[in-house]
Design a protein around this ligand. Structure first.
Ligand code: ASP
Ligand code: MG
Length: 413
């Protein structure tokens, strides 16, 4: 049993959808097929949810319907098989009621409905499992794996491909919600973990995780093997291919995650396993949009409880911390969520002098056991002497060390 997830560009046109079906049908044995919305669709729905103007809303809705109608016509689904008229009124209705999460869920809903109709038209057995009925989060925001597993098993028993929406789910009160942008990867990983799948395949538009961001660095290549730890750090520190939480469910059940390219299905891609390919440097990732906050205070000198109070402020404003370095009289902390920055700065001012600066980037060097080799740190530091790096985090994890640099120096770095 395997889980295959296809992202937005993989279902972005009729031809792409046909390739997806080819790829899925080549697999012998049961498949759970997780789909994201057609590319660009979730962005369009976000825009729709944000507009107050009914003219603009109508324009976006007509674009959405046009896009689906173009694809479904090419798939030969015109007419009653796949009714887009009701889609138009439905979207308008949800927009008028300002139900944002319900609106955002429509991209996956319509895409899956269309592909399900297409599979039926080809006579390929398929069971649609509605993610809004099967994936439910508890009060802590974690999925109820028991009910999810039951639902998956029941649908698999039908014998066809089990087709389900990525990204969307319900919360503990039964309201429609989602797993965050890019969350279809996580859906696939949850489904794989629920079923103890042989493999979780993430099909996308690149041939796996790369040694570096190709938009910034010319000579990148795809990495054939990574460990769960390496992949998790890369995803967290900026590699866009994988939603950062994808690795967790797979790691818990020790299920390999394979990243493949829909456009070049013969490419090896990246396979992520517990062991990976062993120790050593694998890749670099950069996470932009970082703000650094520095608190200088001689009250910190030989005092206890100071950091607890500082962290308490970030906790109070539900803001995760990325990097931290301390000395006896100062502490520097980075965050990427600046929603409560003014409140945080205000509260921190009770503890010392505060400085802050935006437009920073965390540059992470990733590889299993990389911090066991101080030579790697020496080389990296030498290479970065001209980049004004202002923080260095080493020793927190055996699998990466990170520098904070001004974003304008990222390419140079
Ligand atoms: N369609 C959703 C998004 O654009 C989920 C996903 O693509 O994984 O974020
Ligand atoms: Mg994605």
């Amino acid at each position: 049993m395997i889980v295959m997830k296809f992202g937005g560009t993989s279902v972005g046109s009729a031809d792409r959808i046909k390739s997806v079906i080819d790829i899925v049908c080549q697999h012998e044995g049961p498949v759970v097929l997780v789909l994201s919305a057609v590319s660009g669709m979730t962005n369009a729905l976000v825009e729709l949810s944000e507009t107050k103007s009914s003219d603009k809303a109508m324009e976006i809705i007509l674009d959405i319907v046009d896009r689906f109608s173009g694809i479904s016509n090419e798939l030969g689904l015109e007419g009653k098989d796949f009714d887009l008229h009701s889609v138009k009124t439905h979207l308008l209705d949800i927009w008028q009621r300002s139900e944002t999460d319900l609106l955002l869920s429509q991209g996956e809903r319509i895409t899956v409905k269309m592909v399900s109709r297409y599979l039926s038209s080809l006579g390929i057995p398929c069971e649609h499992m509605n993610a809004l009925e099967s994936l439910v989060l508890n009060e802590e925001g974690n999925p109820d794996m028991h009910s999810y597993t039951r639902s998956l098993r029941r649908h698999l028993a039908g014998g066809g491909i089990v087709l389900t929406e990525g990204f969307i789910c319900r919360d503990h009160e039964g309201k429609v919600t989602n797993l965050g942008r890019g969350g279809s990867d996580l859906t696939a990983s949850l489904a794989g973990a629920a079923l103890d799948a042989d493999e979780i395949q993430i099909w996308t538009d690149v041939s796996g995780m790369l040694t570096c961001d190709p938009r910034v660095v010319e000579k990148t290549r795809s990495i054939q093997e990574l460990s769960f730890d390496e992949a998790a750090e890369l995803a967290y520190f900026g590699a866009k291919v994988l939603h950062p939480r994808t690795v967790m469910p797979a790691r818990q059940k020790n299920i390999p995650v394979r990243i493949k390219n829909t456009f070049y299905p013969d490419d090896h891609g990246t396979v992520i396993t517990r062991k990976g390919s062993g120790p050593g440097l694998k890749a670099m990732a950069a996470k932009d949009g970082i703000t650094v906050i520095k608190i200088v205070s001689d009250r910190m000198l030989m005092a206890h409880g100071f950091l607890a109070r500082v962290f308490g402020v970030f906790d109070q404003f539900q803001t995760p911390i990325d990097m931290i370095t301390t000395s006896e009289v100062a502490v520097s902390i980075t965050i990427d969520n600046t929603r409560y920055l003014p409140e945080i700065l205000d509260s921190l001012s009770a503890y010392g002098q505060i400085e802050f600066e935006g437009h920073q980037t965390i540059l992470s060097i990733v590889g299993d056991g990389i911090t066991n080799d101080p030579g790697a740190l020496v080389k990296a530091t030498q290479a970065l002497t001209d980049t004004n790096f202002r923080m260095l985090s080493f020793g927190g994890s055996p699998n990466n060390f990170s520098f904070l640099i001004p974003t304008e120096n990222k390419e140079k770095a």
